[in-house]
Design a protein around this ligand. Structure first.
Ligand code: GDP
Ligand code: MN
Length: 378
């Protein structure tokens, strides 16, 4: 789950990080009132779940309250990479001496957390990584020992900081690592982390992604979710306990089990097809779940055929078949359906499916090929 800057900044602050204290506005009038309260120049920032807001005109300085109102109405409603701006952060403008990058994420290849820092902050870090990778200092962190003070200081020196600035930087790096760990984040990032003209370290931006699988450990975190920003179909699926990810192809997939769902997509591609989605109905495959899955898949108008792939382990094949048949009585599915059913009571299940007029096979390979042919024929 991605957090907005104002949400991430609040969490960072709770871990001791100095952030630029701002407030959220959703109208130009509110923004104006906030700048009045700030009593000086402010920065007005679009709150959207995407980067590069600065370049897209979503971050602007305003010197007066009238200018704040103007800038706010220009930014509100703006489309930034497909995200509509509905909220603004209004914060006191800061006199920046130098901009840095600081981030913590997981290095999957090394199976360790990694702290990344660069003296080239404020700009697109992906661009720095591509063009001048030597400008990014990467430090792997032992999961059990955490980020040591000496390691954090070493990063500061590697950035070329003078000795009297290193302690402040190292503290910030340890706090950001602490936030990453305690909040079960997969990313905590400050870009830019700035040194002000007054010589203070300050987080001028805040980015954070919480691991969806750890949300249950953080009661209340669900309220941070921006429902406007999520794909409505994926949201709908989540409510029903179905894992659904929309993809670009034309073969809808309905599968029980995440691993089997991945394998099903591979089988489709092996036969020259393109999956329209990843879909795991979860443990069982009741009529309710299957009916929900049908409506999720057919909501995508590019779907030309549906491949259902069920392996009956604890779930019995005949029960699944009844569920599919019952679901088909409830929802209208306008495209051909191919079912692969094997495992416990699969034979009985396939008999029930044939009675319901569906093509059923016990081979995943064969069913995938049939689904691809059906989609091409359509
Ligand atoms: P992003 O483009 O989405 O990452 O948005 P940021 O919050 O990082 O802002 C982009 C840039 O705006 C920063 O790198 C700064 O250069 C500038 N900026 C943001 N806040 C201030 C501020 O308070 N004062 C000044 N002078 N510049 C700011
Ligand atoms: Mn930024």
């Amino acid at each position: 789950m991605n957090l907005h800057e104002y949400q991430a900044a609040e969490i960072f602050a709770s871990h001791g990080i100095r952030t630029n204290a701002g407030a959220v506005a959703s109208t130009p009038e509110e923004a104006e009132a906030l700048s009045q309260a700030a009593g000086g120049p402010v920065v007005v920032k679009a709150q959207v779940l995407t980067g590069g807001r600065g370049k897209a005109g979503g971050v602007k300085l305003a010197r007066t309250t009238a200018e704040t109102r103007e800038v706010a109405s220009a930014i509100l409603g703006l489309d930034i990479r497909g995200h509509t701006v509905r909220k603004l952060l209004v914060a006191p403008a800061v006199d920046i001496a130098q901009e840095f990058y600081l981030g913590v994420t997981l290095d999957r290849a090394r199976r360790q957390n990694v702290v990344m820092a660069s003296a080239e902050g404020g700009v697109d870090i992906e661009e720095v990584a591509r063009e001048r990778p030597e400008r990014i200092v990467r430090t792997l962190v032992d999961s059990f020992l955490g980020l040591h003070a000496w390691q954090a200081r070493q990063i500061g020196f590697a950035l070329g900081l003078p000795a009297d600035r290193v302690t402040g930087f190292a503290t910030m790096a340890q706090q950001l690592y602490d936030a990453y760990l305690k909040e079960d984040a997969t990313l905590t990032e400050i870009n830019p982390l700035v040194l002000t003209q007054q010589g203070d370290w300050l987080a001028l931006d805040a980015k954070m992604t919480i691991d969806d699988n750890a949300l249950f450990r953080h009661p209340g975190s669900e309220s941070l979710r921006d429902l406007d920003a999520d794909d409505p179909t994926e949201l709908d699926a989540r409510k029903s306990g179905i894992s659904f990810v929309k993809l670009g192809g034309d073969i809808g997939c309905i599968v029980n089990g995440a691993g089997l769902a991945m394998a099903t997509m591979d089988a489709v591609m092996l036969h020259g097809g393109e999956p329209a989605n990843f879909l795991d109905v979860g443990g069982g495959a009741s009529a309710d779940q299957v009916a929900k899955a049908f409506s999720l898949v057919t909501a995508d108008t590019s779907v030309r055929a549906i491949l259902i792939n069920i392996f009956g382990g604890i779930t019995r094949g005949d029960v699944v078949a009844q569920g599919i048949a019952e679901a088909l009585r409830r929802v209208d599915v306008p495209v051909p359906i191919v079912v692969r059913l094997s495992g416990t009571n699969a034979e009985e299940g396939r008999r029930l499916l044939s009675e319901a007029g569906l093509t059923a096979s016990d081979s995943m390979d064969e069913a995938a090929a049939q689904a691809v042919r059906a989609a091409h024929a359509a």
